[in-house]
Design a protein around this ligand. Structure first.
Ligand SMILES: O=C(O)CCC(=O)C(=O)O
Length: 281
């Protein structure tokens, strides 16, 4: 497959927990997607996390298309095999000169999945640079298990739904930037510690974080969740999700609202279960 990772990239993912940069779309195609994003904001309002900015592939045909792009799926398949579902998807949109930041965290902390094989593909629809607040990772941190997280009130504008971050001290001098050109993407492991700072640039920093799982993975909470099959065979561990037929049509919006409510309720249960417990889990 054209987008498969080579042996060196796979080894880097295993040892350091990420691969970056990889190319998904041409600059021209990326600009077309950026226009679709900005038209969607103009028509339907801000794509906020917890609202239209979460699981947006259920309501926008252009997001569904990005999340199924063969270059992205080929790379993901190299790491988790041929049966692939989207567990969730998040729009990470920072405006120009935006103070919003993402605290150090592991995606696994609030996903409740076993085994911990989820991968995030972070697709850039604009320049993501140290100046614009690109994602930063702590290489190799995925080898140390799940860390304790808690909601932290820093007085700053966190983009995470519960402002959660790792409570262990992080050696920030070890952090590595993940700069991406428009149309490039990175992959990071579910246990890799990562975060990002404010956007000091004069352009928006537009990224889509797509959480892929191998279909054999299960949700450990009490709810029955939904996920979308994008390649291979569905193993029946999640209820299926329908693809959008048109941007924000009534049926897609109704499904999105119900499934998002269930998804975020299930996360509250998980947060209550793990937050009082210190140390690796
Ligand atoms: O976009 C960011 O700055 C953070 C993204 C993130 O936390 C993720 O994709 O898991």
């Amino acid at each position: 497959m054209a987008g498969s990772l080579n042996a060196r990239q796979i080894e880097h993912y295993r040892s350091d927990g990420y691969v970056s940069p990889l190319r998904a779309f041409s600059a021209e195609q990326t600009l077309a997607y950026r226009r679709r994003l900005e038209e969607s904001e103009a028509r339907f309002g801000p794509l906020q996390v917890g609202k239209l900015g979460s699981k947006s592939h259920l309501v926008f045909t252009w997001v569904d298309e990005i999340a199924r792009h063969p270059a992205v799926l080929d790379a993901v398949e190299s790491l988790i095999g041929p049966d692939i579902l989207i567990y969730t998807l998040t729009m990470w949109l920072k405006n120009a000169r935006d103070d919003a930041y993402v605290g150090w965290h592991q995606d696994a902390s609030y996903f409740g999945l076993e085994p911990k094989e989820q991968i995030t593909a972070w697709v850039a629809l604009s320049e993501s640079s140290p100046e614009s607040g690109c994602v930063q990772v702590i290489p190799g941190s995925h080898h140390h298990g799940l860390m304790h997280h808690s909601s932290q009130q820093t007085g700053r504008k966190s983009m995470l739904p519960r402002s959660q971050s790792v409570t262990n001290a992080i050696d920030e001098s070890a952090a590595v930037d993940q700069p991406l050109k428009p149309g490039e993407f990175s992959l990071h492991h579910t246990l890799l510690i990562h975060g990002s700072g404010p956007n000091r640039s004069s352009d928006r920093r537009l990224g889509i974080g797509i959480s892929y799982i191998p279909a054999r993975v299960r949700f450990t909470g009490s709810a029955r969740l939904t996920a979308m099959r994008v390649r291979g065979i569905d193993h029946g561990n999640f209820d299926p999700e329908p693809r959008p037929q048109a941007d924000c049509d009534a049926a897609a919006l109704a499904f999105h609202e119900a499934t998002l409510r269930n998804y975020f309720e299930s996360k509250k249960e998980l947060a209550a279960a793990y937050e009082p417990v210190k140390g690796a889990a």
